[in-house]
Ligand binder design. Structure first.
Ligand code: PGA
Length: 256
């Protein structure tokens, strides 16, 4: 059985002081947590160091929201994989739709970053998803297929085994309009089928595919109990300790 992965994408929220407060609240609420799911928080770069020291001894793991495709050098404003690894990050979100939309990231660039993250031994959480326009035009499957092939370009089985895919319909992100559990599950199955075709069914069966897009304390249970939804990538609701821990509990419940 696939282990559920609940990850909080804090986006550009929480300075070091606010991050400290939220992590302390999470730790208090996770006191009785029995390790049924994997928990990750992805604060902004500036809060990673303080977050790493505060999560010590807790079940929470650390992730970054992005990295450079370059190793080092004259790339003002960029942060390398080596740098986030040195802090103790185990995960890196790649290709989030906000990166695609506002910073013009392409599947090709995401693929280049993905290779760096894998080479460093960290776990990439690679985001894919269709826009509202694409869904309304009935081309969701086509868009997802292109994105899966694009981001996985030239990756070998031993690499694909190590990654996480997050299906995040762009129209559901930050809008309060989540995909229905059935809608999401259908796309998750398509992603699994594609990975099965390109690699093997053995790899596809083990692949963790998270859902993201307005997941909250109310809808997490029904989303996370779907056959092919293996966790959540949570934005807004991960900024509130109560909501995030309720989602973690829903993940634990769905894992029984
Ligand atoms: P949301 O964001 O939960 O606020 O919709 C999800 C994401 O962007 O990862």
């Amino acid at each position: 059985m696939r282990r559920k992965l609940i990850a909080g994408n804090w986006k550009m929220n929480k300075d070091i002081f606010e991050a400290g407060t939220l992590i302390e609240e999470l730790k208090t609420r996770l006191k009785d947590f029995r390790n049924e799911v994997d928990i990750v928080i992805c604060p902004p770069f500036t809060s990673l160091v303080v977050a790493k020291s505060l999560i010590k001894g807790s079940p929470i793991k650390l992730g970054a929201q992005n990295v450079s495709p370059q190793d080092d050098g004259a790339f003002t404003g960029e942060v390398s994989v080596k740098m986030v690894k040195a802090i103790g990050c185990e995960y890196v979100i790649l290709g989030h739709s906000e990166r695609r939309q506002f910073f013009k990231e392409t599947d090709e660039l995401i693929n280049a970053k993905l290779k760096k993250v894998l080479a460093a031994g960290l776990t990439p959480i690679v985001c894919i998803g269709e826009t509202l326009e694409e869904r309304e035009h009935g081309i969701t499957d086509k868009v997802i297929t292109t994105q899966v092939k694009g981001v996985l370009h030239e990756l070998v089985s031993s690499e694909v085994e190590k990654l996480v895919i997050a299906y995040e319909p762009v129209w559901a992100i930050g809008t309060g309009k989540n995909a229905t559990p059935e809608q999401a599950n259908e796309v998750h199955r398509l992603i699994r089928k594609l990975v099965g075709q390109i690699y093997s069914w053995n790899i596809a069966e083990k692949l963790i595919i998270q859902y993201g897009g307005s997941m909250n304390a109310q809808n997490a249970g029904s989303l996370l109990s779907q056959s092919d939804i293996d966790g959540g990538l949570i934005g807004g609701a991960s900024l509130k300790a109560d909501a995030f821990v309720t989602i973690i509990q829903a993940g634990a419940e769905a894992s029984k």
